[in-house]
Design a protein around this ligand. Sequence first.
Ligand SMILES: *Cc1c(COP(=O)(O)O)cnc(C)c1O
Length: 375
Amino acid sequence: MIPFNKPYLSGNETNYIKDAVATGKISGNGYFTKKCHGFFEKQYGFYKCLLTTSCTDALEMAAILIDIQPGDEVILPSYTFVSTANAFVLRGAKLIFADSRTDHPGIDEDSIEALVTSKTKAIVPVHYAGVACDMDKIMALSEKYNLYVIEDAAQAIDSYYTGKDGVKRALGSIGHLAAFSFHETKNIISGEGGMLAINDKDFAERAEIIWEKGTNRSAFFRGEVNKYGWVDVGSSFLPSDIIAAFLWAQLENLKNIQSRRLEIWNTYHSKIEQWANSNQIDLPQVPGYATNNAHMYYLVCRDLEQRNELIAYLKSNGISAVFHYLSLHKSEFYQANHDGRSLPQTDRYTDCLVRLPMFFELNENEVIHQIKLFK
Ligand SMILES: *Cc1c(COP(=O)(O)O)cnc(C)c1O
């Protein structure tokens, strides 16, 4: 069976874990954690980074940082992972779901303004498949209505957006805050893991405190205060340095990982185009302002029936292809709180989208060979 995903190991993960263990300091914010922070800040222009135990945790930190209060409204796509939503629901926010674009599962930027009310506190765009949302439009709304923008960049490491000013910016460096994932299904992994990127300087100091259980422990270890204590709310959001050691081995191989994934993506894209056209299946589109980090290769089938047939056919031929999110506005947990607006594109991606295997060691030509026999 060709799996949907297989975690890639560069070979140095366990060596660096041994090194971390040998230092005798394996709790958080150690040698490898600092190395990772430095890498991300320098490579992608984030003002400050904090590794977390997951992207879910980074999103929860963001919700605490922007001080979400019960009744505050947060605008987010319905076609996303539950963590995008949970982080804000945990603090009492009301979710206002936006539909997806017709050409891409990302949030329909043009539909956001009509959803803004006096209670709106934040917009949470999700860079689906690592492809940028149109951030100029979203940041303009942020300025006009004084809203925070938190990028769910879980899938978007090493991907970029070029705005109208012609400047190419890394995803996760544009909103006030951004959350990344290093879960084993993402491009760069540490098993479970994540990161909060802080771009608004005003959040930097408090973020570090929330990260360290509400204490000013980090400032204490830098010698900035002579004792540390409880100064704010917080939790244990920082990962062990063992996790950071693993992640460092991945970061050293980032270029290699990305170029192989892109090669697979491009091979899929060119070799199944004709087959897709003749079966009325849509291939992924990357808008001109976005780069492609080859996080995912997906197809959008013409209907639910065709999508399910394709998944079953591939499965019977030893290939694991999988559907993705179920509309959150129709979820068992939240549907009663949704305002009843229909979100047709969200439902279309829920029913019709299927993801093909995508991982470093994949032989994509085996998948392509099989898929072309499906009619
Ligand atoms: C993977 C993912 C998450 C959650 O990441 P974890 O690190 O598993 O918490 C959140 N949002 C999106 C869009 C994701 O793809």
